[in-house]
Design a protein around this ligand. Structure first.
Ligand SMILES: Cc1cc2nc3c(=O)[nH]c(=O)nc-3n(C[C@H](O)[C@H](O)[C@H](O)COP(=O)(O)O)c2cc1C
Length: 211
């Protein structure tokens, strides 16, 4: 095993460090965030920092990079208070990755990469038609992180679209059945396999496998 310390990390070349530190936290969920500006111009970008904050109320956060490098999703959410999060599946992973390119604000990534915007009554942000599980959020809070000029953007789930045959009787969603992918670092994507679901862990009580 190799041990690295802060002095070592500080010597690393910019892209090497970005790849290394981005991979360190492990596999991440990765999704497409759909937004529209006040003129109805659609935007779609790939994000891998989504985090579950709580189920009641249903709150989900993501980290937005400093605005110099990642501005359109953030400004659309600030302006409209609405956005969608759409799972990615292996047949269109390359299209999802391409949305990370720096397109100008007047360009819709949907058209550029070949994905289809889909709208639901009462929600102005676009969903991704090709996505088999997707949800809309209403903006609740933006927390600036002064350490590195990033933002924690928190939304409340307001609408969910999901294929019903992947939801268990207890509410668990079998994401592996629709090949929802995950990511590592900033450029690698993976398929997933279920190992097991386990019963609620209690001291001294043997675990049961949930079928
Ligand atoms: C796999 C992957 C994950 C990413 N995750 C994030 C993220 O969590 N937060 C972020 O701000 N940018 C992330 N990005 C970068 C954005 O996709 C990129 O900056 C994009 O151009 C933002 O577009 P926008 O300006 O239209 O919002 C990620 C890129 C890739 C390829």
């Amino acid at each position: 095993m190799t041990i690295y310390n802060t002095a070592d990390i500080n010597t690393w070349e910019r892209f090497y460090r970005a790849n290394f530190i981005n991979s360190l936290t492990g596999f991440k969920s990765v999704s497409l965030i759909g937004t529209a500006n006040n003129k109805g111009q659609n935007n779609l970008s790939v994000f891998s920092s989504m985090v579950h904050l709580g189920s009641n109320p249903p709150l989900i956060g993501y980290i937005n990079r400093p605005l110099e490098s990642s501005a359109h999703t953030f400004s659309n959410i600030e302006a409209t208070g609405e956005y969608t999060i759409n799972h990615i599946h292996s047949p269109f992973v390359h299209k999802a990755h391409q949305t990370s390119a720096k397109y100008s604000e007047s360009i819709s990534e949907f058209a550029e990469v070949g994905l289809t915007p889909e709208f639901l009554d009462g929600i102005n942000a676009p969903f991704v038609k090709e996505s088999k599980i997707k949800y809309a959020l209403s903006l609740q809070e933006i927390i600036p992180i002064r350490l590195n000029n990033t933002f924690l953007v928190i939304g409340k789930v307001s609408r969910i679209i999901v294929e019903e045959d992947i939801v268990s009787d207890d509410g668990f969603i079998h994401l592996e059945k629709i090949n929802s992918i995950c990511s590592n670092g900033i450029d690698a994507y993976y398929n997933t396999d279920l190992i097991n679901r386990f019963s609620y862990a209690k001291p001294g009580k043997p675990l049961q496998i949930i079928e």
